[in-house]
Design a binder for this molecule. Structure first.
Ligand code: 3PG
Length: 310
């Protein structure tokens, strides 16, 4: 049966159950061995990747027999989708399978950053009692969530926000105004979302249009105590501008899960040193134990079905 190469981590039960009968090469370290990866894909009919394998250029050229790419996530910026289309290589993102993980990350970090009270442990184990200093934390109830992008992850986030008593506003030119998804959510232009929201969360792909969207200027148009959450893609946000705004008190807090260059190097991270009310995470908003099972299952099924049809 067809050969399937999996170059990044995937749930092993999903490989065993969903790809049974296929000749599978699963090596989560392949992504870091470009020459070996190119040699392995030369005979493959399917490639399964997360966000690090760059399915473009030389790798695609080497993959002469490729019929499909399974993406263990939703962002497609690491795949040359146009080149795949031209060669009739199907691309299967795991749409919907990590929505809950990202939505919980957004709500969780927003609550932590609004409350700004959960970093007292070192001071307290040192004998301090910073009650006065930490008494000004804010509640999420009654605040406004502003979503830039209103796809399925943003909608999961909106539902949770509404359940917590937030108002929700959103911008997405690709969702028709008559779409029932807008029910209970105010449809606004980007500028108004930025101006109105207490928590701004990004849910757009990285494209020429969205690159640099949250610039120093855009940050200035947000409320000075607003929280910014970026679990979408690095490159949408000007990282140095976020660090500066937090230091200067022009932004209330930020959670950044994604970065312009990943992994974030110590040099690139230096800009975030001693920045207040900042949460940095290594591109894990969409990855939980549960979402890895769902994402892997969906991807295995899409790839297997395509190869059986092909
Ligand atoms: O695009 C996505 O869905 C997220 O970046 C997570 O993707 P990954 O875990 O497959 O990299």
């Amino acid at each position: 049966m067809a050969k399937i190469v999996i170059s990044e981590f995937m749930d092993e039960d999903a490989i065993r159950d969903g790809l049974a009968g296929f000749d599978v090469l699963y090596d989560p370290d392949l992504v870091d061995q470009p020459e070996r990866l190119a040699a392995e894909v030369a005979g493959a009919e399917a490639l399964i990747v997360r966000n690090r394998t760059q399915a473009r250029g030389a790798l695609l050229e080497a993959a002469k027999n490729l019929k499909c790419i399974g993406r263990l996530g939703v962002g497609l910026d690491n795949i040359d989708v146009a080149a795949c289309k031209a060669r009739d290589i199907a691309v299967f993102p795991a749409t919907g399978a990590n929505d809950v993980a990202v939505a919980e990350y957004v709500i969780g970090t927003a609550m932590v950053l609004l409350r700004a009270a959960y970093s007292a442990t070192p001071a307290m184990t040192g004998g301090a009692w910073p009650r006065n200093a930490l008494s000004g934390g804010r509640e999420i109830f009654g605040k406004t969530l502003g979503l830039i992008g209103f796809g399925s992850i943003a909608r999961e986030t909106a539902r949770r926000a509404a359940a917590l008593g937030m108002a929700v506003v959103a911008h997405d030119p690709f969702v028709d105004p008559s779409d029932p998804a807008w029910s209970g959510v105010e449809r606004l232009e980007v500028e108004s979302v930025l101006a109105r929201a207490d928590v701004v969360s990004l849910h757009v792909p990285l494209t020429d249009e969205t690159r640099g969207m949250i610039s120093a200027d855009a940050l200035l148009r947000m409320k000075p105590d607003a929280i910014l959450v970026n679990a979408a893609r690095g490159g949408i946000v000007d990282e140095a501008a976020v660090a500066a705004a937090l230091k200067e008190g022009k932004l209330g807090g930020a959670a950044l899960d994604v970065f312009d260059a990943e992994p974030l190097t110590a040099d690139a991270a230096a800009v975030f040193k001693d920045v207040p009310n900042l949460i940095l995470t290594p591109h894990v908003a969409g990855v939980t134990a549960e979402s890895n099972v769902r994402v892997s299952g969906v991807t295995a099924r899409s790839v297997a079905a395509h190869l059986r049809r092909a």
